[in-house]
Write a protein that binds this ligand. Structure first.
Ligand SMILES: *Cc1c(COP(=O)(O)O)cnc(C)c1O
Length: 226
């Protein structure tokens, strides 16, 4: 049942925070609803979940138009193509996947047209064998610099999708690395605060390492129907 899955996840999040001496209230749950039907999302909203994550603009658009009347926000967590930016800035409170200068400029332009300051996280690629998306560590400073000169985009932190390991302990070095990067960058750029990291099978490790947002799909809703 969804309600018991939700409470079990919040419990695990709380314990993981305590283990790391952190305040559980500083960690947000992003319910990842890609490939999930509307009624499951509505049920989750009824049960009190407030942030939903989608990875395709088109799919999200339909859901956001249909699911109205809740005080919820939608986050874009998947790779964003330039030709989808116009739509994305209309739909999403936070975009987790900024990964190039070109995309930053495009987001800024589209956000300016609708008088919005688009909140974003920068997706960082921490290893070569990792997913194809994300910016390399060495290019981070330049991208943040660029964004701080743009008026309609606001960088709030970092996001990563580490390689998959059976044992969540093997992911820990990646989460730790992202936190170290955040700590280092926040000296120069104090607005870099958030760490979006951790999914269904490794979110507890991510929280121990400092995650402020965990993105959880299957552990909440079960396997996705493709
Ligand atoms: C699908 C997805 C998730 C959630 O994955 P689960 O393993 O189902 O929790 C998290 N982040 C991103 C970027 C995703 O695409």
């Amino acid at each position: 049942m969804l309600s018991s899955r939700i409470s079990s996840i919040f419990k695990k999040m709380t314990y993981a925070a305590f283990r790391a001496g952190r305040n559980p209230e500083e960690i947000k749950l992003i319910a990842v609803t890609k490939s999930q039907p509307d009624d499951k999302i509505i049920e989750a909203a009824d049960l009190g979940l407030r942030i939903f994550g989608e990875n395709r603009v088109q799919e999200a658009k339909g859901k956001i138009e249909r699911i109205k009347g809740f005080n919820i926000e939608w986050h874009m967590i998947g790779h964003l193509q330039t030709n989808k930016v116009k739509e994305a800035v209309k739909l999403f409170t936070l975009i987790h996947s900024l990964d190039s200068e070109k995309l930053a400029i495009s987001i800024n332009n589209e956000a300016e047209k609708i008088n919005k300051v688009q909140r974003v996280l920068i997706q960082v690629k921490l290893s070569n064998e990792e997913s194809k998306y994300g910016i390399e560590e060495t290019k981070l400073d330049r991208l943040i610099q660029l964004c701080s000169n743009l008026k309609n985009i606001k960088v709030e932190g970092l996001m990563t999708i580490p390689p998959y390991f059976e044992n969540p302990e093997d992911v820990r070095p990646y989460f730790r690395r992202l936190r170290e990067l955040r700590d280092f960058l926040s000296n120069k750029y104090p607005f870099i605060k958030e760490l979006s990291m951790g999914m269904s099978h490794d979110f507890e490790v991510a929280i121990e390492e400092g995650a402020t947002m965990v993105r959880i799909g299957t552990a909440l809703f079960g396997q996705r129907i493709k």
